[in-house]
Ligand binder design. Structure first.
Ligand code: UDX
Ligand code: UDX
Ligand code: ADP
Length: 497
């Protein structure tokens, strides 16, 4: 029986291993983590992450050929294939701070593998890492190997949160990079055999190590670039009276461009896009390619601009101040169908509104108060450090209350900001919401989910990203009074400029 061990029971490691266990009943899969609360949760009825379909998969395999454990060393020692799926946050200090990936967790995992191994192993990079990390890991392993043979593979994961199980069941492609030596090719074949149990052969691509590592960074950079491109267009649409949905539809009909991933929004979030682009920028700079670095930086700058623009629009529309006003925030997760808040645009938007002294009432169906308070009191880039994963007592942001339904959040509010595209926000009783709000009642839709005309008929003043502005908004142009927020944002941009 082949034994697989995955180090890191997070958003990537957990679902990926659960699906491997489901599809390969003859393989024993152990998912290990140093975080006791995480492993306890994986072994309970309340899984540590919310992902549609995940619970069913875990229930079917857990205890059969899928195990969650904190006994990291035992399971690594026994495994034939070790996946490494630990966090790789952006460095917060030292060389490359604010851009380079912090490989501390990776390095300590590699050293531990070398220490405890007693038999040959295939070590698989699963978390996104800078190009040529495999080479560094190979060095750590072979210098400490005591004669054991380690083969390194890069097998980046392309699943998106919220659709992780679907993506794992039917991936567009599985990418496996390895050494072009007989040993490397044998290792590639062994991992290919695992995926071939459910993925068609023509979707399993094999490349050299560096191509596999770079493809992951490139794919995320291209995806993020599409969003920044459509978001840049959304600003121009508002200025000209064009409708961004119509423009995106027309552009996406060109088969060379394609229709997906062209939804204008308040900005992209999530643990990957910004981190991977910063990483790419750093790698370009280190390789003497400043023009290329500059090109990719723009994707992040536009994303920051989009969040700023949204806050400015809110403040400008409401007579240039939100001080003391109740603003309801609907949605805090970085996208629908996940409880993940890493790099969610909601953090920056909420901080911007708090900077102008708004009182926020936040509702998200999957994010609890502790998480929101922690996110709003945390510094940028701290989110992916282990501190984030452990319970801790956050400094409470007093202007923020977190509630468990949209009607409580919006009661007596001056404005509603929709920051995540949860389906339930499309079918709320907006007449009831309007009746219970202060007047004039504003809705700022950062995800283009509401029916503009219907809401205007009810009496709302509505702003929707990239859509023609109504008369009120035209009369309240974006103002320089929002300079405090801009200054705050610029202090963050320092990281990348
Ligand atoms: C992404 C990649 O899609 C995935 O392949 C990779 O493995 C990890 O990073 P994820 O971050 O989980 O996945 O979600 P994704 O669906 O890509 O959304 C990222 C952000 O972009 C979200 O905030 C989402 O709301 C935003 N987005 C996405 C848009 O604003 N507009 C779009 O058209 C699509
Ligand atoms: C373009 C648009 O494709 C077309 O829809 C529009 O109506 C007019 O502009 P055209 O300039 O005639 O058409 O040719 P196109 O095939 O788009 O190529 C433009 C340039 O891009 C060429 O120099 C081509 O060699 C180059 N190119 C194209 C690349 O370098 N790489 C590619 O992958 C594709
Ligand atoms: P991702 O989104 O890439 O899956 P997460 O942050 O959700 O990232 O998960 C990474 C996991 O890796 C965390 O649960 C963390 O506790 C775990 N981890 C980090 N370093 C180690 C290590 N040396 N040994 C075991 N687990 C680790």
């Amino acid at each position: 029986m082949v034994k697989i061990c995955c180090i890191g029971a997070g958003y990537v490691g957990g679902p990926t291993m659960a699906v491997i266990a489901l599809k390969c009943p003859s393989i024993e899969v152990a998912v290990v983590d140093i975080s006791v609360p995480r492993i306890t949760a994986w072994n309970s009825d309340q899984l540590p992450i919310y992902e549609p379909g995940l619970e069913d998969v875990v229930k079917e395999c857990r205890g059969r050929n899928l195990f969650f454990s904190t006994d990291v060393e035992k399971h690594v020692r026994e495994a034939d294939i070790v996946f490494v799926s630990v966090n790789t946050p952006t460095k917060t200090r030292g060389l490359g701070a604010g851009k380079a990936a912090d490989l501390t967790y990776w390095e300590s995992a590699a050293r531990m593998i070398a220490d405890v191994s007693k038999s040959d192993k295939i070590v698989v990079e699963k978390s996104t890492v800078p190009v040529k990390t495999a080479e560094a890991i190979e060095k750590i392993l072979t210098h400490n190997s005591k004669g054991i043979n380690f083969q390194i593979l890069s097998n980046p994961e392309f699943l998106a949160e919220g659709t992780a199980i679907e993506d794992l069941f039917k991936p567009d492609r599985v990418l496996i990079g390895g050494r072009e030596t007989p040993g490397g090719q044998k290792a590639i074949q062994a991992l290919k055999d695992v995926y071939a149990q459910w993925v068609p052969e023509d979707r399993i691509l094999t490349t050299n190590l560096w191509s596999a590592e770079l493809s992951k960074l490139a794919a995320n950079a291209f995806l993020a670039q599409r969003i920044s491109s459509v978001n840049a267009m959304s600003a121009l649409c508002e200025a000209t009276g064009a409708n961004v949905s119509q423009v995106a539809y027309a552009v996406g009909k060109d088969s060379r461009i394609g229709p997906k991933f062209l939804n204008a929004s308040v900005g992209f979030g999530g643990s990957c896009f910004q981190k991977d682009i910063l990483n790419l920028v750093y790698i370009c700079e280190c390789n003497g390619l400043p023009e290329v670095a500059e090109y990719w930086k723009q994707v992040i700058k536009i994303n920051d601009y989009q969040k700023t623009r949204f806050v400015n629009r809110v403040v400008a529309s409401m007579f240039n101040t939100v001080s003391g006003k109740k603003v309801a925030v609907l949605g805090f997760a970085f996208k629908k169908d996940t409880g993940d808040t890493r790099e969610t645009p909601a953090i920056d938007v909420c901080k911007g509104l708090l900077g102008d002294k708004a009182k926020l009432s936040i509702y998200d169906p999957q994010v609890n108060e502790d998480q929101i308070q922690r996110d709003l009191s945390m510094n940028k880039f701290d989110w992916d450090h282990p501190l984030h994963l452990q319970p801790m007592s956050p400094t409470t942001v007093k202007q923020v209350s977190v509630v468990w339904d949209a009607y409580t959040a919006t009661k007596d509010a001056h404005a509603v900001c929709i920051l995540t595209e949860w389906d339930e926000f499309k079918t709320l009783d907006y007449q009831k919401i309007y009746d219970n709000m202060q007047k004039p009642a504003f809705i700022f839709d950062g995800r283009n989910v509401v029916d503009l005309e219907k809401l205007r008929e009810i009496g709302f003043i509505v702003y929707s990203i990239g859509k023609p502005l109504d008369a009120w908004l035209k009369d309240m142009p974006l103002s320089l009074n929002c300079i405090t927020w801009l200054e705050w944002l610029c202090s963050d941009i320092k990281y990348i400029s």
